[in-house]
Design a protein around this ligand. Structure first.
Ligand SMILES: [Zn+2]
Length: 289
């Protein structure tokens, strides 16, 4: 049996920002406008479902890997549902009427023509204004948002001694980047992943931001991650991991050289030592990796 999921096939781990923004876009299109039947078949989100049931979804906001569903309840109150998919969360599109709930179904949202089932999220709860402020204050700028401020990204990098590869996975530095885009963006910009973030310099950091923004936007459009040059234009269905340059590959898409991998802060990092050589160090220093 084929289980259809919204968003691209997940190569591993937490979905990256493009999946979240794509979900926001799909749900905005399919679920806003009319009254919704909201339930929690599993019961763990029963309180939130009871508040939102019968209400209208006004909008869906995405910030990095977080989704905020803006409801107006039957009482006329504005309430926000916070969803973070985490490692195991999935939204599945359903027809109307949806099938009998199966498994651990946290939330079911049913509109006139479309429905969505949410299972396994890390977070699915109503949040108030203070909680939303606190959540957003913890997040760095999200390149997929029109209101993102890249100067915050540049400033955050300039302050950090950790490697650029580690910094990109810190959601307070930049929101929405995960393991795949980290590897692909650093490769596209030919940046050594072990370069200390603060040594990147403003010009290269700005170019990296632009590259990540472009790659993520393509991901929203394509509903999959395609970063290999020229691969987006190919009509053929590119199989998993074949349309990236370094992530989980043995040979570099660009130069054919052997890909290196290493565990960094608990996540595997892939890079091409030929395309992403260490920065040339001054003769007096003896930098080690
Ligand atoms: Zn290479």
């Amino acid at each position: 049996m084929v289980i259809r999921t919204e968003g691209p096939a997940r190569t591993c781990g937490v979905p990256e920002g493009h999946t979240i923004h794509r979900l926001a876009r799909d749900h905005r299109r399919k679920l806003t406008g009319g009254p919704l039947v909201v339930s929690s078949p599993q019961g763990r989100a029963a309180d939130a479902a009871a508040v939102l049931d019968g209400g209208v979804l006004r909008d869906v906001d995405a910030f990095g890997k977080h989704l905020l569903y803006r409801f107006v309840t039957t009482e006329g109150d504005q309430r926000t549902l916070h969803v973070h998919l985490g490692l195991f969360g999935r939204f599945r599109p359903r027809r109307v009427p949806p099938p009998q709930p199966r498994g651990q179904l946290r939330l079911r949202i049913v509109g006139a023509r479309h429905a969505a089932d949410l299972s396994g999220p890390t977070a699915c709860a109503l949040i108030d204004f203070a909680e939303e402020d606190a959540l957003l204050a913890r997040l760095g700028p999200d390149p997929l948002r029109a209101d993102a401020d890249p100067t915050r990204f540049l400033a955050a990098l300039a302050r950090r001694r950790i490697s650029i590869a580690q910094a990109l996975m810190d959601q307070s530095v930049i929101a929405g980047v995960g393991n795949v885009y980290r590897a692909e963006a650093l490769h596209a910009e030919r940046i050594d992943p072990y370069l200390p973030a603060r040594e990147l310099g403003e010009e290269r950091a700005a170019a990296l931001w632009a590259r990540i923004a472009e790659q993520l936007a393509n991901g929203v459009e394509d509903n999959r991650i395609v970063t290999a040059p020229g691969a987006r234009d190919q009509p053929v269905r590119v199989r998993r991991n074949e349309a990236v340059c370094v992530y989980r590959r043995s040979a570099c898409w660009t130069c054919g050289g052997a890909i290196s991998s290493d565990k960094l802060a608990g996540r595997v990092l892939w890079w091409c030592p030929a395309c992403q050589p260490p920065a040339v160090t001054a003769p007096s220093s003896s930098a080690t990796r």
